[in-house]
Design a protein around this ligand. Structure first.
Ligand code: SAH
Length: 401
């Protein structure tokens, strides 16, 4: 309480940008890097809300500051009159919810997608009555109680869980942690998607437990899998594969390197009464696909959804090599006239580069390809033009001739 009162009465910290900074910030980008700042007026500890000005004292916006981070300030608002307080977060989260309802994502959705929702580094996934949150920077982490309070007031949820076991928090001087932000609840829940049911393990699943960003893309395989033999690699809990079986595939085999994922995928198949069509196997997809190419195996549809392969621009070549290699192998396993369904989830590989990689793989495989569908993540993960990390998912279906 004392702390809050002091913050309230103290003059707000002021950050002045250098004269020659890129247009990026003026054009709406919310990140301000250390080397773009001329001076900071006030006593900074980290996590405070600050006002940002141009070198000639024109107001730019309000954001939160962390001297430990390379991104010194992340802007929350361009409004001089915005009071960043508990009520502010309530209103923003309410606006995020109104937007999701407007675009038709209600039962399960990414309720808050960080920078794209003007709440930098805040992720909130809504799994029906349960919420999973990530606060990945110090300046948003300090508002966690306000965020939880807002969720309780707006949704009256059955449970809220924190999945802050993410290494990027360490760059902000934060510890990795996970746990309940509400009374404890059963963290293994079941959600509905496209008329199917899926187990979601909020506590121990990958990221927030489930990849909501592919929800529309899973539906996009509806027609091409009918009556076919389908192979899926990087299956995780089997979501694409179970969709394939539901849409009428003759046989479906899913591969994942994680035994735990395979076990969950099998449970998901059973949950939907599709255990007789779907089979899952723990395997390294790189090795197995290579072996099966040698053996001359063929499928009507091959689906790939590999992890990012790299998290930094320096090792981008590693990602390119990985994507090319796996897609080359995948393509070779497709019967003439069949389909390859392929994804890439890192923003470091932009859509154009991804298509180039697929093109290279097709040339190496000596196969002609035809684009069927090319899209991105579902619309509950909004894309802000100029904010490159908001467009990250590429989802491509090609016919392999
Ligand atoms: N398609 C899934 C998400 C896949 S995430 C969905 O929509 O829910 C990527 C998956 O690839 C993870 O489950 C991870 O365990 C798996 N994986 C990583 N490297 C692998 C490899 N070499 N072989 C097989 N699976 C791998």
């Amino acid at each position: 309480m004392v702390c809050l009162v002091i913050t309230y009465f103290c003059a707000m910290i002021k950050v002045f940008l250098r004269r020659k900074i890129s247009q990026r910030i003026a054009n709406g980008h919310p990140w301000i890097f250390n080397n773009e700042v001329e001076k900071v007026e006030g006593d900074v500890h980290g996590g405070e809300v600050v006002e940002v000005f141009t070198h000639d004292k024109k107001f730019i916006g309000k954001g939160y500051i962390n001297p430990r981070s390379q991104i010194l300030v992340r802007l929350l608002s361009r409004d001089k009159n915005a009071d960043v307080n508990e009520q502010y977060f309530y209103r923003r989260i309410e606006e995020c919810w109104e937007y999701r309802k407007k675009i038709g994502y209600t039962e399960n959705c990414r309720l808050v997608f960080g920078e794209a929702d003007s709440l930098p580094q805040l992720i909130i996934d809504k799994f029906n009555d349960h919420f999973v949150i990530q606060t990945l920077a110090l300046g948003i982490d300090v508002w966690k109680p306000a965020i939880v309070k807002a969720l309780n007031e707006i949704f009256k949820p059955k449970g809220i869980y924190e999945r802050n076991d993410v290494p990027v928090r360490e760059l902000e001087g934060l510890v990795q942690q996970k746990g309940f932000l509400s009374a404890p609840f059963e963290t293994r829940i079941v959600i509905n998607e496209n008329g199917l049911k899926f187990h979601v393990d909020i506590e121990n699943g990958q990221k927030t437990g489930y990849f909501l960003d592919q929800q529309d893309n899973r539906k996009a395989i509806q027609h091409i899998v009918k009556g076919g033999d389908v192979l899926g690699a990087f299956t995780y809990t089997g979501t694409f594969e179970i969709h394939a079986a539901h849409y009428g595939a003759k046989s479906v085999l899913g591969l994942d390197i994680s035994e735990n994922a395979v076990e969950q995928a099998n449970r998901n198949a059973e949950l939907n009464g599709l255990g007789n069509v779907c089979r899952f196997q723990a395997a390294n997809a790189f090795d197995v696909l290579k072996q099966w190419v040698k053996e001359g195996k063929q499928y009507d549809v091959v689906m790939l959804d590999p992890p990012a392969f790299t998290k930094s621009r320096e090792t981008i070549q590693k990602a390119i090599t990985g994507y090319k290699e796996i897609n080359l192998r995948g393509m070779k396993l497709v019967k003439p006239g069949g389909f390859l369904v392929t994804s890439s989830c890192t923003n470091l590989v932009n859509p154009e580069l991804f298509l180039q990689i697929i093109d290279m793989a097709a040339k190496d495989a000596r196969r002609k390809i035809r684009q069927v569908v090319f899209q991105t993540q579902s619309a509950d993960h909004p894309i802000i033009w100029g904010l490159e990390n908001t467009q990250y998912l590429k989802f491509l279906i090609i016919q392999v001739i």
